[in-house]
Design a protein around this ligand. Structure first.
Ligand code: ADP
Ligand code: MG
Length: 203
């Protein structure tokens, strides 16, 4: 049997949008991660760059997010501004004409603009840990309705010194959230973080 995006459990709207983007068949991490995330499981994903991790975590979130709820429902943490921008662009591509609001936040960009966007209502936040903490401390970013937390390139966040910020952020999110962690390597600090913040994750 050929594995298709449809057979992984994604919606017709999602599959149609993927066709528009020229995504015909899932990559192996997409094949493994998408059904688990759709089923509500936490996941730890270890794979090389360029294997399609962004779609692996974004597509299930986009299919399950509540478009009528204007609170932050998904948080994606990335080590750098460039990666945050890339992930946000990919999410916008995957979203197509489904109405969802995505905000990218990172240091060096006007915080007032980010705050105004948050006040208007944003459902998906993609950003670097430092700026996320600033916005949390100012109470401009609230996670009481957060359903998904994604740590993209967790080992990079560790090597850049962001791991305590990542933990601080996760501590302030609802326990019932679903968590996905991606890392090319598995140093002890990442293993500890997974033990502490992921709930019986599938690897
Ligand atoms: P990673 O995060 O694992 O490094 P990305 O999510 O950035 O990889 O994807 C790498 C590239 O592959 C991107 O240009 C993306 O659009 C493309 N891509 C991902 N999945 C597929 C797919 N199933 N079919 C075609 N292209 C894909
Ligand atoms: Mg990536």
């Amino acid at each position: 049997m050929t594995i298709t995006f449809q057979s992984l459990g994604l919606s017709d709207a999602c599959v149609q949008q993927l066709e528009t983007l020229g995504f015909t068949a899932p990559t192996s991490i997409q094949e493994e991660a998408i059904p688990q995330l759709l089923a509500g499981r936490d996941i730890f994903g270890q794979s090389q760059t360029g294997t399609g991790k962004t779609a692996a975590f974004s597509l299930p979130i986009l299919d399950r997010i509540d478009p009528d709820n204007m609170n932050v429902q998904a948080l994606i943490l990335t080590p750098t501004r460039e990666l945050a921008q890339q992930v946000a662009e990919a999410i916008k591509d995957f979203t197509g004409n489904r109405r969802l609001y995505v905000l990218t936040v990172y240091g060096g960009q006007s915080i007032d603009r980010q705050i105004r966007s948050l006040q208007k209502g944003v459902q998906i936040v993609v950003g670097t840990p430092g700026r996320i903490i600033d916005l949390m401390d100012r109470k401009d970013l609230k996670f009481d309705q957060l359903r998904w937390a994604v740590l993209d390139e967790a080992d990079e966040m560790l090597s850049m010194g962001f791991i305590d910020d990542v933990k601080k952020i996760l501590q302030k999110t609802p326990k019932e959230r679903q968590t996905a962690c991606f890392s090319a390597t598995m140093p002890r600090e990442i293993r500890d973080l997974i033990d502490r913040f992921l709930n019986s994750p599938v690897t």
